[in-house]
Design a protein around this ligand. Structure first.
Ligand SMILES: Nc1nc2c(ncn2[C@@H]2O[C@H](COP(=O)(O)OP(=O)(O)OP(=O)(O)O)[C@@H](O)[C@H]2O)c(=O)[nH]1
Ligand SMILES: [Mg+2]
Length: 183
């Protein structure tokens, strides 16, 4: 029987940085199925993950964390329950460049909190360096207004230290019991 206790899931829309984040912190070469983008490229991104990303990372205490990346598009939602089953943490990645970032984040949080009611949640905003007008505190407040009070941080998915920090925020919130709190 698999042990799902140490399962962490990254979810987000195309280009949110799931594959990049998982690569950044993996101890082993991640499993992912990259295919050329069928529609127009997004900011030079040439490939998209057609199924899941999967990898592992060893925590400081020797615990092995299983990390999955799952697409956030609604038409792929059949994958969500199996990936989320028993997950202890879910990180929603949103692309700061996306005009729909608030809608996407709220939708993901709503859907995934139903699928993994015992998981801890955090939101990572990627690519904020490309949007000088982006304000993290305003985004965090917008999520609170929509009913989601949880850790929200900027993260450059290409930077292992930043992704590691986000994972640590999530792991620490597990001990203080911060499932999604109603605002
Ligand atoms: N400038 C900038 N680029 C970033 C940042 N975070 C991630 N990226 C880039 O954004 C792109 C994210 O692409 P992926 O990691 O493939 O995104 P994904 O979520 O796996 O996308 P799909 O598999 O298509 O659903 C990559 O080109 C990263 O290098 C950031 O904070 N700043
Ligand atoms: Mg991907």
């Amino acid at each position: 029987m698999d042990n799902y206790q140490n399962k962490l899931v990254f979810v987000g829309h195309v280009g949110a940085g799931k594959t990049t984040a998982i690569r950044s912190i993996s101890d082993v070469p991640p499993v992912s199925t990259e295919m050329p983008m069928s529609s127009e490229q997004i900011d030079g991104k040439l490939t998209t993950t057609v199924a899941l990303d999967y990898s592992t990372v060893e925590l400081d205490d020797g615990e092995l964390l299983h990390i999955y990346g799952v697409p956030g598009q609604k038409y792929l939602d059949f994958m969500w329950p199996m990936v989320c089953h028993g997950a202890m943490g879910i990180i929603v990645l949103v692309n700061a460049c996306s005009p729909q970032k608030l809608t996407y984040a709220a939708l993901m949080l709503e859907e995934f909190s139903k699928l993994a009611p015992h998981a801890s949640f955090a939101v990572g905003v990627t690519r904020s360096d490309l949007v000088p007008s982006f304000r993290l505190d305003a985004f965090r407040n917008d999520l609170i207004t929509k009913g989601f009070r949880l850790p929200v941080v900027k993260v450059d998915a290409r930077e292992p230290e930043q992704v590691d920090f986000l994972v640590k925020i999530l792991l620490s919130s597990r001990f203080v019991g911060s499932q999604i709190a109603s605002a």
